[in-house]
Write a protein that binds this ligand. Structure first.
Ligand SMILES: [Zn+2]
Length: 237
């Protein structure tokens, strides 16, 4: 079968596996401890089938543009990645990007992949183009590292070989989580009701990344201002 030009080459799950079931949405809410909203697909799954990454539409139901497409949800992975961040890994990676041309080129390609996949997701979920966030990816890409959760979420959704620093971070958390084995048992509360999905106001920004929040606010302002022509939401290039 032919693939359309807008279909990105790298996505770890096929079309059928990406469809979120009600059980998946409940699991995501339990993993995060809050209701999820605007999740359009599952970006990556554990070998047992549980979601690892929630895929959010590039425009929320509220109309707000949302640049962070892949949101890492599995508590074992998010905690392990937080340990890397606390150990100063982001500054070290950003410093390497400044002097390693091959790494910088691969990271820029990851940024382009992120944008292409997001466009494709917007297309196939009926959201369409979101000009306010054109060229704006997430996690500090393409020149910095500001949120390892974003990069790891991207690596898990894309599969290995797309985001070099996300892949590297995954390797560094192998002590706590590895892709070939299920680490779900006891990782989140499975008793009682899942947090109700319809009570949330909007999807929380991954790891509270202040730059991502800034971009979202800028994008929201851009969206609200219908008088002006659409502009890029970032001030981050
Ligand atoms: Zn599992």
């Amino acid at each position: 079968m032919d693939t359309t030009p807008s279909t990105p080459r790298h996505e770890s799950l096929d079309e059928r596996q990406r469809v979120p079931s009600d059980a998946d949405l409940d699991t995501l809410s339990r993993q995060l401890g809050r209701p999820v909203r605007d999740v359009v697909e599952i970006g990556a799954r554990c070998v047992c089938g549980n979601p690892l990454v929630a895929t959010t539409a590039p425009r929320l139901a509220s109309g707000i543009p949302f640049p962070t497409t892949f949101y890492l949800t599995h508590p074992v992975i998010t905690a392990a990645v937080s340990r890397l961040e606390a150990a100063g890994e982001m500054a070290a990676m950003t410093e390497r990007l400044g002097r390693d041309e091959a790494l910088a080129g691969a990271y820029r390609a990851a940024h382009e992949h992120y944008l292409a996949v997001r466009d494709a997701i917007g297309e196939r979920t009926g959201v369409g183009a979101v000009p306010e966030i054109a060229g704006v990816s997430a996690g500090g890409m393409p020149t910095r590292v500001k949120c390892l959760h974003v990069l790891v979420g991207h690596s898990l959704a894309a599969g290995p070989g797309v985001n070099p620093l996300g892949d590297e971070a995954l390797g560094k958390i192998a002590e706590w989580w590895t892709p070939e084995r299920c680490h779900c048992a006891g990782a989140w509360d499975t008793a009682g009701e899942a947090p109700a999905r319809d009570r949330s106001r909007h999807v929380k920004t991954q790891s509270g990344d202040p730059e991502a929040k800034k971009r979202e606010r800028a994008a929201a302002r851009a969206a609200a201002d219908a008088e002006r022509p659409a502009r890029a939401a970032g001030g981050d290039s």
